[in-house]
Design a protein around this ligand. Structure first.
Ligand code: GLU
Length: 380
């Protein structure tokens, strides 16, 4: 075959190739344009849009992940459903944020412990430091939700939103509150206005601050309140987010986590009529580095108990007077001479939160009474 007889065939081939390339290019262009238009269409496949805020969901267990064998009895087991399943089960969540979920633990929060706290704190800080997330949601049992909220608030650095969420009814309940609470928690975590407000708890349409929030009812869905100040904001699907004030912008003190858990041993001693020294002596003999008094009234207790606390303070154990009363402040040097005894007062911190702060202060080497008192005094 001559060279000439080959050439026309080549030209034909190259014309066909050119046409094929043009057709493929056109098809690709129209696919890209369609895909972009589709993703930009509000409410349609918004999960695929890359400009949604990134929210990392860290699951720890709790009733929000609880399941009952039968709807007829009230009995259920907490921590049965994974974070991934929880996220998948809430319609519309993918329109709010680009979500990822990780399982930190699967426990009822009555079993919450330093190991889980450290794992949470490290993972959240890492996610923010590496710019992996714009906000974090932690799913949690409600029993100790306020302690985890306060702990994280005291150790996390930066201003990105962290929201702790739980529910009072398990996922299988007739009117489960978990899905709505999780939706609202993601709303808050994804919103730039939530920056600089510390760690927040979101349940039942309210946004509560870490310092004041507490569980006030054993079973009702209207249980989380902030008796000394009220919620810092409100959230609902229709109305969106309404914060009651500007973010304070104040840089709160944050404390370093020790290299390893556990945190120093700090006991809570509950005061009551007919109180003797035994619970305080027990705490001392079990190696407590600090004792928080859940005192009567303004953080008070019996003469016997006070004498035992004085002995504890003389041994270098940190003594913090808090109160078993749900609201109000514990004030220095009113009925108890704190200056003489070397005691600290918890101000508005409940015994369970005063315990967490005392642990962090001891772990950070803060032991002088004046410095301790400064750390307990509210900063707003
Ligand atoms: N005790 C369980 C817990 O704290 C159930 C309470 C709840 O989550 O509402 O995880």
């Amino acid at each position: 075959m001559s060279k000439d007889s080959v050439r026309p065939a080549r030209r034909r081939q190259s014309r066909i190739s050119m046409r094929a390339i043009a057709v493929i290019t056109l098809a690709l262009c129209s696919f890209v344009i369609n895909a972009a238009a589709h993703a930009a269409e509000p409410g349609k496949d918004a999960g695929a849009a890359t400009n949604l805020p990134r929210v990392l969901v860290l699951a720890t267990g709790g009733t929000i992940a609880g399941q009952a064998e039968s709807r007829a009895t009230g009995a259920y087991k907490s921590g049965q459903i994974t974070g991934e399943q929880l996220v998948q089960s809430v319609p519309g969540l993918d329109k709010l944020a680009k979500l990822s979920a990780e399982q930190i633990s699967s426990i009822g929060s009555q079993d919450m412990n330093d190991k889980v706290w450290f794992a949470l704190a490290h993972r959240i800080q890492q996610a923010f430091d590496n710019n992996e997330a714009d906000g974090v949601v932690v799913t949690h049992g409600t029993d100790t939700l306020e302690e985890t909220t306060f702990f994280l608030d005291n150790v996390l650095k930066g201003d990105k939103p962290v929201v702790i969420v739980g529910s009072m009814r398990p996922a299988t309940a007739v009117s489960a509150d978990g899905p709505g609470n999780l939706y609202e928690a993601v709303q808050v975590a994804a919103d730039p206005r939530s920056r600089g407000r510390g760690v927040m708890a979101v349940l039942n349409d309210k946004i509560e601050g870490a310092r004041l929030v507490t569980k006030t009812n054993t079973t009702s869905i209207e249980t989380f309140n902030s008796p000394n100040g009220g919620p810092i904001g409100y959230v609902d699907t229709a109305g969106g987010i309404r914060f009651m004030a500007q973010a304070s912008g104040l840089k709160r003190a944050t404390y370093d986590l020790p290299a390893n858990e556990p945190l120093p041993r700090v006991e809570i001693v509950y005061s009551h009529a007919n109180m003797d020294a035994v619970p305080i002596e027990d705490a001392i003999s079990h190696g407590a580095k600090g004792i928080v008094l859940a005192g009567v009234g303004d953080g008070n207790t019996s003469k016997q108990a006070l004498d035992a606390l004085e002995q504890a303070a003389k041994k270098g154990i940190i003594v913090v007077r808090s109160t078993r009363v749900r609201s109000g402040f514990v004030t220095r040097n009113v009925e108890v001479d704190d200056d003489r005894y070397g005691f600290v007062v918890s101000e508005d911190l409940s015994p369970q939160k005063a315990r967490v702060l005392t642990q962090l202060l001891i772990a950070n080497g803060v032991t002088a009474p004046a410095k301790l008192q400064q750390a307990f005094t509210a900063t707003w």
